[in-house]
Design a protein around this ligand. Structure first.
Ligand SMILES: Cc1ncc(C[n+]2csc(CCOP(=O)(O)OP(=O)(O)O)c2C)c(N)n1
Length: 281
């Protein structure tokens, strides 16, 4: 039997028995995992105080089964309510959702928007590969206008969600968007988000070579080159506007409003005060 080689930096965070991982060649999922693990390693040094929640889809497989941590793999579209429940039950934990654009913004869309509005103290990492990768590459709410998928072979008629902007307006404390070629920025963004309170949302544009790329491009490199050459920082985009085909990346917002849990503690304190005054009257 050949001995498994353990990665010197990220190896201790991964379950040996599922490595090498089963993602397609060229998929961005494990690149994102690598950046995330390095951020956790720098800030916390272990997964001890973490719980990861994911739904159904390829991206949902990043934490479960790969992370050697407490992970919960739930019904399609339901990682956010599960994560909210875990955080409310044990506020000491770092609760992180990692899942796909379909899982979190299609079937799970309502949960996403309301968790951001409530500014609940969880970190959501949404992997946007522009389609439902795992089930054959169907149209998602994030598929670009005109793009081909197995369910839109003549091109998509609909406009995609701009999820980062949506999260800003819904009320998240922190919102960022990167691509899998912006590795250092992504890692730094994870580091920052891991130390903040309230709802934090990081969207990562990621290649799906098996489905999306096959339907729309000749080669995977074309998508990666597009990520590299056509990305524009949100501050520049806000000042100068966005040209057709450009991808807006960067930190969309950073607020320091108290998260839901701090507000809840404050509410409890006030309620107890009122109750004490009534008892003493
Ligand atoms: C209730 C329900 N509806 C549909 C499905 C089939 N299904 C499984 S994963 C998935 C889409 C996943 O897409 P996404 O979240 O974008 O993840 P990806 O595989 O692209 O990473 C769908 C439709 C399901 N498992 N459960």
């Amino acid at each position: 039997m050949t001995e498994k080689i353990i990665h010197p930096y990220v190896g201790k965070y991964l379950r040996k028995e599922v490595m090498p991982h089963g993602m397609c060649p060229g998929c961005g999922n494990m690149t994102i995992a690598n950046a995330f693990i390095r951020a956790v390693d720098k800030i916390y040094g272990s997964f001890e105080k973490f719980v990861f929640v994911s739904g159904i889809g390829c991206a949902a497989w990043i934490p479960s089964p790969h992370f050697l941590a407490d992970t919960v793999h739930v019904l399609h579209g339901r990682p956010i309510p599960t994560a909210v429940g875990i955080k409310l039950a044990n506020p000491e934990l770092n609760v992180v959702v990692i899942s796909g654009d379909g899982d979190l913004s299609a079937i799970g869309g309502n949960h996403l928007f309301h968790a951001a509005r409530r500014n609940i103290d969880i970190l959501v990492i949404l992997v946007n590969n522009f389609n439902y990768g795992m089930t054959g590459g169907q149209l998602a709410p994030t598929t670009p206008f005109g793009a081909k998928t197995i369910t839109t072979p003549y091109g998509n008629l609909e406009e995609p969600f701009n999820l980062a902007e949506l999260m800003v307006h819904a009320g998240a404390n922190y919102v960022a968007r990167w691509t899998t070629v912006h590795i250092l920025q992504l890692r730094k963004s994870f580091e920052k988000a891991l130390q903040m309170e309230g709802f934090r949302f990081i969207e990562v544009l990621s290649p799906c070579p098996t489905r999306y790329v096959r339907w729309n491009l000749e080669r995977l490199e074309q998508l990666l080159d597009n990520f590299k050459n056509n990305s524009v920082y949100v501050q520049v985009a806000r000042e100068k506007g966005v040209k057709e085909g450009q991808i807006v990346i960067g930190e969309f917002i950073e607020r320091d409003r108290p998260g839901y849990l701090r507000r809840y503690e404050e509410l409890k304190r006030r309620a107890i005060e009122v109750w004490r005054r009534k008892m003493n009257a």
